[in-house]
Design a protein around this ligand. Structure first.
Ligand code: NDP
Length: 495
């Protein structure tokens, strides 16, 4: 058997082995076989990476790189990602099983985050304040935080890295990235471009390993100023608790159970496609999955028939093939988790009208394939309607009218995203205002952009990524006072 490709940690501009010399195999979800090894980092590696990032933040070249120059370096990095996009996309597909059709386009789009935030780097202006004190000049400056830790999940490693790294760098911070141990390879390949872009050593570091080992050590490290995490709500809560002891700044982008609401005045063909893209794209392994499909009673049966007809045409197969529409699940635990929900749905009395098991296609037996699945007769209180499954499993829930739709949509602990399908502008705006979620898509689904803020309400997270104010999540404001008085007045009273 050919030797597995081995990746090392990237710390202070150098490739280094993990201090314990332990490695984790990385699997191809389509073949079910290991293809690479990544370091199983521990607390010692976390300390090496954070110390390098801290040194780069406080001394060396980076503190003297002005905002305009940072922007230029980031644009160069964006250009390099664009030039290597197909290679990076192929590694993502090999490691996480997402479709080449999607990852090729996604990698082509990722440079935009580096261009956008690179352009923003020298446009963050402080203010001179009309201060109410005589002989006093007061102004504000917005400064970086220091060392930022970016923890990313397995579903879209390089896109989510860009959402964190681009604003962090533009603000002048240094960064340690910890990808999921299932999908670290693409982040290691990406970081090879950093040196070529001319970004000084130590500014961007990448270490891999388990969340409860190196992940926790990074979050707890005393020299870390900020943690930006994307992943499940259970892990995110733990990160929040661990960061609290050091009063670190935290951004959390967590799970969802997003309602995709179809009114009877919608354009049915488009809404059917919107329901499909909400749940079967990325094999449902996306935080924004429209996993609760709320359909108005008057069109419920017709809509479900059309949905099943279209879903049945989904072609499962090799994610590298451009023809494939539904790929494998990324990890064995995730595969088992999804299958377990089929029993849960049965116990709860939901009716399975499509799928409901692993794939029975012998040509896919080595990979972790789950059939696109649709349940009807779902009550919003059922576990399949309340818990994030993170797979191609759709719960269809009927509703009577607008109030009923909003009541069901908001009756969940999450609040990440939502969809509304209607031809009425009045209804679109009214429902958008009433939904408790950070994103509402009207007559579309699963659209993201570097321009538009993204982040959850309720237990879907804290803070925003993308959009102009995302850079403020990586900055702090300082107020500077200058007295022009000739004499210091009475020192025993507050000014
Ligand atoms: P996790 O949330 O556990 O993993 C996300 C990242 O966090 C990984 O890099 C992980 O490392 C790391 N991590 C985990 N625990 C800690 C910790 N205590 N401190 C620091 N870092 C940590 O996702 P899972 O893979 O366990 O998936 C579980 C569920 O989470 C899924 O079934 C899905 O419902 C949800 N999920 C949501 C995502 C989203 O985009 N919102 C993305 C992924 C999962 P490592 O994996 O290497 O241990």
């Amino acid at each position: 058997m050919a030797a597995l490709k081995r990746y090392q940690h990237y710390i202070n501009g150098e490739w280094v082995d993990p201090s314990n010399d332990e490695w984790i195999e990385s699997y191809n979800p389509y073949s079910g076989k290991p293809w690479a090894e990544v370091p199983r980092g521990d607390a010692a590696d976390a300390d090496r990476a954070v110390s390098a990032a801290f040194k780069a933040y406080t001394s060396g070249d980076w503190p003297n790189v002005g905002a305009t120059e940072r922007g230029a370096l980031m644009r160069k990095l964006g250009d390099l990602i664009a030039a290597n996009s197909q290679k990076l996309a192929a590694i993502e597909v090999q490691d996480n099983g997402k479709l080449m059709a999607e990852m090729g386009a996604q990698l082509g789009y990722i440079p935009q985050w580096y261009y956008y935030f690179g352009g923003l780097a020298d446009k963050i202006e402080g203010s001179v304040l009309p201060i109410d004190k005589p002989d006093t000049f007061n102004f504000t400056v917005h400064e970086p935080l220091g060392v930022c830790v970016a923890i990313t999940p397995w579903n879209s490693p390089l896109l989510i890295t860009a959402w964190k790294l681009a604003p962090a760098l533009a603000a002048g911070n240094t960064v340690v990235i910890k990808p999921s141990e299932y999908t670290s390879a693409s982040t290691f390949e990406f970081v090879k471009l950093v040196e070529e872009a001319g970004i000084p050593p130590g500014v961007i570091n990448v270490v891999s390993g388990y969340g409860n080992e190196i992940g926790e050590a990074l979050v707890a490290h005393e020299k870390v100023a900020k943690v930006s995490f994307t992943g499940g709500t259970v892990s995110g809560t733990r990160v929040y608790e661990n960061a609290a002891s050091g009063l670190k700044k935290v951004s959390l982008e967590l799970g969802g159970k997003s309602p995709n609401i179809v009114f009877d005045d919608c354009e049915i063909d488009n809404a059917v496609k919107g329901a499909i893209s909400g749940i079967f794209a990325a094999t449902g392994q996306t935080c924004i999955a429209g996993s609760r499909l709320l359909v108005q009673e008057s069109i419920h049966d017709e809509f479900v028939d059309r949905l099943i007809t279209l879903a049945k045409t989904a072609k499962m197969g090799d994610p590298m093939s451009i023809e494939t529409q539904v790929g494998p699940v990324t990890t064995p635990p995730q595969y088992k988790k999804i299958l377990s929900y089929f029993d849960i749905a049965k116990e709860d009395g939901a009716e399975c009208v499509l799928g409901g098991s692993k794939s029975d296609d012998p040509s896919l037996e080595h990979g972790w394939f789950v059939q696109p699945t649709i349940y009807t007769g779902v009550r919003n209180s059922m576990r399949i309607a309340q818990e994030e499954i993170f797979g191609p499993v759709l719960s269809v829930i009927p509703f009577k009218d607008d109030d009923h739709a909003v009541e069901i949509a908001n009756d969940v602990v999450y609040g990440l995203a939502s969809g509304v399908w209607t031809q009425s502008i009045r209804r679109a705006l009214e429902i958008s205002k009433r939904i408790q979620a950070g994103t509402v898509w009207v007559n579309t689904y699963r659209a993201v952009s570097f321009v538009s803020p993204f982040g959850g309400f309720k237990r879907s997270g804290l803070g925003k990524e993308s959009g102009q104010h995302a850079i403020r999540e990586y900055m702090q404001t300082k107020s500077i006072w200058i007295s022009t008085a000739e004499e210091v007045p009475n020192p025993f009273i507050i000014r």
